[in-house]
Design a protein around this ligand. Structure first.
Ligand SMILES: [Zn+2]
Ligand SMILES: [Zn+2]
Length: 370
């Protein structure tokens, strides 16, 4: 336990980072219990913006409120970009896309899961690593359906509404997974191609223990492709990586851990056994075509214990979130409409781990920039 405490003291964690966090100029992360989604502005201080990923089911109101706190009342994106369509990244997608009436962009190989045509390959609880993995058989895996709002990302690698960004094909975790990269300052939104917490472990997820890990094992359905994707992202030498799970990382720690992950992917990221080893799920632009047969789960006796622990954890998180939301609503009322301009909200103080000392005015946009 003291190792954990040392680690938590040394790196940002759930207790020391706000739920809505500045990542890089024009990029903010919102932590939705255990998954992240992102607000990305076309230019750092002004202009249109897009949402990247759409959080857990039921998160639409919270996402809209966060958007309004950043961009003002009634804020509406130009589009929603999807790294992939797992339930924790697309849970509020249908509601938000309909409410804002905006297009939803994803890779052509990911569209079947966003247009109701195919369910994902089944999750694999046999990969081990903790309660989040053991319970993965219970996670929703039905496709979402945003109908004709779903559109394929441009084949030339450009990103709609974000001229400074490129999308990078990073399959493996899902068949059509993509990351988004801004080359000018090395900012990477990696989705679940790799993540910055040990997503299989409920304890690590609760703490948001910050370290580079491979894609969440229980959902990854092609490990060869996942390895090549991590190698591709490591070659980009990102300076900031904000991933689907965990707190954004930057600088030397990021580069070193990502490089090591790419070099030792087999030992660090690939489970010793699992349904998608050695053979992957097979998918195409119509969805899943074939999956390997299920394997025996030696951890079944632990499942009920894990379930009880996780339900308890979930209730704890929910109660804390409810409390936070109530406090935040009170703050919104005090500082509306642009409460983030007000240092009294506490965000500016909380942002410390990502605040460069030489940046006049800090990372948050000042009133003059909104
Ligand atoms: Zn995922
Ligand atoms: Zn995820």
């Amino acid at each position: 336990m003291s190792d954990h405490l040392d680690h938590l003291r040394a790196r940002p964690n759930r207790a020391t980072t706000p739920e809505l966090q500045f990542v890089a100029p024009g990029v903010w992360a919102l932590r939705n219990i255990f998954v992240n989604l992102f607000f990305v502005r076309q230019t750092p201080n002004a202009g249109p913006w897009v949402l990247v990923d759409a959080g857990l089911p039921g998160a639409a109101g919270r996402i809209r409120r966060a958007a309004e706190s950043l961009f003002g009342p009634g804020a509406r994106p130009e589009a929603i970009l999807m790294t992939h369509g797992h339930f924790d990244h697309a849970g509020a997608l249908e509601t938000l896309a309909a409410h804002w009436d905006v297009p939803v962009y994803a890779h052509p190989l990911e569209l079947p899961y966003l247009t109701g045509r195919s369910a994902y390959p089944p999750p694999d609880p046999t990969v081990g690593g903790g309660a989040m993995a053991w319970l993965s058989g219970l996670y929703p895996k039905h496709p979402y359906d945003v109908g004709s709002r779903a559109q394929a990302l441009p084949a030339d690698g450009t990103v709609p509404e974000l001229p400074d960004w490129r999308w990078i094909f990073t399959p493996g975790h899902t068949p059509g997974h993509v990351a988004f990269f801004r080359e000018s300052d090395g900012v990477l939104l990696a989705g679940d191609a790799f993540v910055t917490t040990q997503q299989e472990s409920a304890l690590a997820v609760w703490e948001q223990r910050q370290e580079v890990h491979g894609p969440p094992k229980y959902f990854t359905c092609d490990w060869d492709a996942a390895r090549r994707s991590v190698e591709r992202l490591a070659r980009l030498q990102p300076r900031v990586a904000a991933t689907g799970h965990g707190i954004a990382m930057r600088g030397q720690a990021l580069l070193q851990e990502l490089t090591e992950l790419a070099q030792h992917f087999q030992e660090r990221a690939v489970p010793a056994r699992g349904r998608y080893l050695p053979d992957p799920a097979i998918a195409d632009e119509t969805g899943v075509r074939a999956v390997p047969p299920p394997v025996h789960n030696p951890r079944t006796p632990w499942l009920l214990g894990g379930l009880a622990a996780t339900v308890g954890l979930g209730i704890g998180i929910w109660l804390q979130q409810r409390d936070t939301v109530r406090k935040r609503r009170r703050r919104y009322r005090r500082h509306s409409p642009h409460h983030l301009d007000q240092p009294a909200t506490g965000y500016a103080a909380d942002i410390d781990p990502f605040t460069p000392v030489d940046e006049p005015g800090g990372w948050f946009p000042g009133p003059q920039n909104l």
